[in-house]
Design a protein around this ligand. Structure first.
Ligand code: ZN
Ligand code: ZN
Length: 258
């Protein structure tokens, strides 16, 4: 499978996962127009899009979901509680499918394992996606306050990991954000910091890990260099040889082979 992070950050998220010419979109936190533009930039044909999968009901993940389903004429996969929370904002959805955390389902040759993570939304899912043809796997781990035991279990031995590195703790504490918002971000239902991401990586690093993509960086409370350096330190200490990159809010990553 191949992936591109079309956008990543608190202003909008979307990931394209392509397998055998079929594309699955995960989240649509961009306008329909912007989504099309990013797909063109990475040369993914809109006609190859087969479904949209939603992680949770925050607007940076669902803003363009209704439009995307109608524009690309694709089914929506979402949990029932997320759907109930955003039904009105989505508008008319013709093909609606509910999934549940803990219950894997098949999409072409991909086995999608949604699992629950602690975050301040109605229901939050992260995903492990296994390519049943090649045996390789991808985990998408963003929008969570801390990694639970289940999280660690799910992301073990993946080939590619998309990992939240939302904020630098010093920048967050000294930022102009109101204290209540700082508390929310830092909380057990908020977002992973650079330090939390590094600590998690220390626990799960293994030889087969080929790509780490740091994602969902805060523009206000982080800098790509800070996130990169924090993770690079762990990789150097562990003598790991995997690729490390930082996803961007304003432009898609290239196509990454999983
Ligand atoms: Zn988010
Ligand atoms: Zn969120």
């Amino acid at each position: 499978m191949e992936i591109s992070l079309l956008a990543s950050g608190s202003k909008g998220n979307s990931i394209a996962v392509r397998k055998n010419g079929h594309t699955l979109l995960i989240d649509a936190g961009l306008s329909g127009k912007e989504l099309s533009k990013r797909l063109r930039q990475v040369v993914i044909d809109e006609n190859s899009i087969r479904a949209l999968l939603i992680s949770h009901d925050h607007s940076d993940h669902i803003k363009g979901a209704g439009v995307a389903c109608r524009k690309f004429n694709i089914p929506l996969f979402i949990t029932k509680s997320s759907y109930n929370a955003v039904k009105k904002r989505l508008g008319k959805i013709d093909k609606l499918n509910f999934f549940q955390n803990g219950y894997p389902f098949q999409f072409n040759k991909l086995l999608i394992e949604p699992f629950a993570v602690p975050h301040d939304s109605h229901a939050s899912s992260c995903f492990r996606i296994n390519d049943t043809e090649t045996g390789r796997s991808l985990a998408i781990l963003t929008d969570l306050g801390y990694p639970t035991r289940l999280t660690i279990e799910k992301i073990k031995y993946v080939s590619t990991l998309i990992l939240e590195s939302n904020h630098d703790m010093n920048k967050l504490i000294n930022s102009s954000y109101p204290w209540s918002l700082k508390q929310r971000i830092k909380s057990k239902r908020g977002h992973l910091s650079n330090t939390q991401a590094s600590k998690l990586m220390k626990r799960i690093i293994h030889d087969e890990l080929e790509n780490i993509i740091l994602a969902h960086l805060s523009e206000e409370n982080n800098e790509p260099e800070l996130a990169y350096k924090a993770m690079e330190k762990v990789l150097t200490e562990s003598k790991a040889k995997c690729n490390l990159l930082v996803a961007d809010q304003y432009k898609p990553t290239g196509i990454i082979k999983v």
